[in-house]
Design a protein around this ligand. Structure first.
Ligand code: AHR
Length: 627
């Protein structure tokens, strides 16, 4: 079959931020996941202050004269003569604590003696088989809160270890913010991220990084919304918040799911910088989740919410002399983060949303006219609510509209032309949450779901003039603590599974090129007829032609890709990458990576590339051009 490529027919510039990541603390993605803290409920602030902890003997929870005013709870261990039960605490971690033999872990906590004098505190690690793999002790003295630090090197590897701390002498010790981190974190930061998970995100080569969600932006109630100001400053004093994913999906209740905000907005901005991704923070518009409480701020009371948006821009970009820029500088980043975009609202619907959004837009435009504003189009990608919101987004004049679609793979296969006839005059599109839900296979991350996304994404790329950004969702899930699937990355306490969907996203991001050009078969775009989908781009920085072809049929296809245009010549050997599986139900798991990119073959003869696109395959061909 012949495909024609027209390099002189440039369709659009592809934004460097086109393919990115959507991060939300769902499925233990932050606490218990990317955020490398190993102790759950380190500040005793969960609704039940001992969640995650087992009290060993005499333990009380107090609040008077606390170490941290915004996290006031602390534990008191009391050992008096004649108390044979002892006094101590054991933490279970996030579905266990992964400790590796010979690796270093940094233990920190704050303590004081409630009655003065000195006392001995023992601490150690216990495996899931109850073997003690590390034990040490230290002296605690004085009645003032003091920070204590120790390095732990466990003698055994066990993903489901526990951490224990107990009185070694008589006395009464107050203790708070008991924290255990691997010293080997991403970029070796103290309040750091899990190395393997951050690396997996880095390897996606994301152009944009949307945070902190999703629904947690909105909150179940307004009080429970994500308040970025609570997520900055010293980690010990960032007030805890329940994570709404603890109860939102009633058949997957996770009552030990809270947000410590250890991974907060400062850390998100740092990650964006590490990854070379544009930060895209999303803030509450003053409406709590409309599936839950629908709580609403009166228009007259909206100013603090608008201030949150303005202050965030100052926190990210303001001079270290400004109120919020100063806090950023004090946290160790005097240079601006160069924020260019902000989103207001997540999955809102009805008149109440544009009414509020408009006020944000007016205020942001007045103070920061260069900041791009992202509005939303609701929960679904079609229907009356969606049409109404798009009309309102045009009226208000936001720069981009966030679209969400979680649909079956067949939908993705049938909608690769979704944006071909989209209105070019209004705001641009941010496909901010999407994923193919393979219902026949219990929403597993099957190769079928990934292949349908690859096919669909040819349509995003062909329409890069209107679709400026796209992020798969959700990003990550702990195998023992998830609420929602499919997810792009699965992990346990020490390993990562890159799904076929991960590789689709990675291949698009790594091979986006700079400009899309026309590719046709029989003068038509390739969007599913003959089970073929294709897009072509130039990478003008490297003088390369990049073609992506998805063959969704169960037969291989012999393709001739001809470069048309008098001045253009293909040059050198093509590089081909293929994601393929004969079995559409294949998934990757911790034992086997069945689907991953492989090197493929193609031959260039004059200006034609010959390739056999295997059945069920996503093929990327890169070849140099001369002009
Ligand atoms: O990605 C999971 C959830 O899906 C998001 O939090 C929400 O925006 C959408 O409903």
């Amino acid at each position: 079959m012949q495909l024609n490529i027209y390099p002189d027919e440039e369709l659009a510039e592809i934004k460097p931020e086109m393919y990115g990541i959507f991060f939300e603390d769902i499925n233990f993605a932050a606490d218990g996941g990317l955020y490398a803290e190993l102790i759950k409920n380190r500040s005793f602030e969960f609704t039940h202050p001992l969640t995650g902890w087992t009290a060993l003997g005499n333990v009380e929870i107090h609040q008077d004269n606390p170490c941290f005013n915004r996290n006031p709870n602390y534990a008191r261990l009391i050992l008096k003569s004649g108390n044979y039960m002892g006094a101590g605490l054991e933490n279970e971690g996030f579905r266990g604590i992964a400790l590796h033999k010979g690796n270093e872990y940094r233990l920190t906590f704050y303590a004081r003696l409630s009655e003065g004098g000195k006392a001995n505190l023992h601490f150690g690690c216990i495996t899931s088989k109850n073997d003690i793999t590390y034990k040490n002790e230290m002296e605690i003295s004085g009645t003032e809160w003091t920070k204590y630090t120790a390095t732990i090197i466990p003698g055994e590897t066990d993903d489901h270890s526990r951490f224990r701390i107990w009185m070694g002498s008589e006395g009464s010790i107050d203790i708070d913010h008991i924290s255990l981190f691997p010293t080997n974190t991403w970029q070796d930061r103290e309040n750091g991220m899990r190395q393997d998970l951050a690396q997996a995100l880095y390897d996606l080569d994301p152009g944009v990084f949307r945070f902190p969600g999703g629904c947690i932006v909105e909150g179940t109630t307004l009080e429970n919304r994500y308040q970025w100001k609570n997520s900055i400053g010293p980690v010990e004093n960032r007030p805890y918040n329940t994570n709404r994913w603890y109860y939102s999906l009633r058949d997957r209740l996770t009552p030990d799911y809270f947000q410590s905000y250890g991974l907060g907005f400062f850390e998100y901005f740092l990650l964006c910088e590490d990854f070379g991704a544009e930060p895209l923070p999303i803030l509450s518009c003053g409406i709590a989740c409309q599936f839950e409480s629908s709580e609403l701020v009166c228009i007259d009371d909206l100013q603090p919410y608008i201030d949150d948006a303005l202050d965030l821009i100052e926190f990210a970009n303001g001079s270290p002399m400004s109120e919020w820029g100063k806090i950023r500088a004090e946290m160790g980043h005097p240079e601006p983060f160069n924020l260019k975009m902000i989103g207001i609202g997540n999955e809102q619907w009805g008149k109440i949303y544009p009414e509020r959004l408009e006020l944000f837009v007016t205020a942001i435009r007045a103070k920061y006219p260069n900041i791009l504003i992202v509005g939303g189009s609701g929960v679904t990608a079609q229907g009356d609510d969606y049409d109404y919101l798009w009309k309102e987004m045009k009226r208000i004049g936001v720069d981009l509209v966030d679209e969400h679609y979680y649909m079956p793979p067949e939908w993705f296969l049938h909608h690769a032309g979704r944006y071909d006839s989209f209105d070019r005059k209004g705001p641009k599109v941010f496909a901010g949450e999407y994923a193919a839900h393979d219902m026949a296979r219990d929403k597993a991350n099957t190769f079928y779901s990934a292949l349908s996304e690859a096919a669909y994404m040819t349509g995003l790329e062909r329409n890069a003039d209107i679709v400026h950004m796209a992020t798969y969702a959700p990003l990550m899930a702990h195998i023992d603590a998830w609420q929602w699937r499919p997810d792009m990355i699965w992990f346990n306490n020490s390993a990562v599974v890159k799904t076929p969907n991960y590789y689709v996203q990675q291949l698009y991001a790594q091979n986006s090129g700079t400009h899309t050009i026309r590719i046709t078969s029989n003068d038509s775009d390739l969007k599913g007829s003959h089970d073929l989908y294709a897009t072509a781009a130039l990478d003008k920085n490297n003088s390369e032609l990049i073609i992506k072809v998805v063959n969704t049929s169960n037969q291989p296809k012999n393709l001739q890709l001809e470069l048309n245009g008098r001045k253009w010549k293909l040059h050198g050997k093509p590089k081909v990458t293929v994601l393929q599986s004969d079995d559409l139900s294949t998934v990757n798991d911790f034992e086997h990576e069945h689907v991953s990119p492989k090197i493929g073959k193609a031959v260039v003869e004059k200006n034609t590339i010959h390739i056999l696109a295997k059945k069920h395959s996503f093929n990327i061909i890169r070849v140099e051009y001369l002009k």
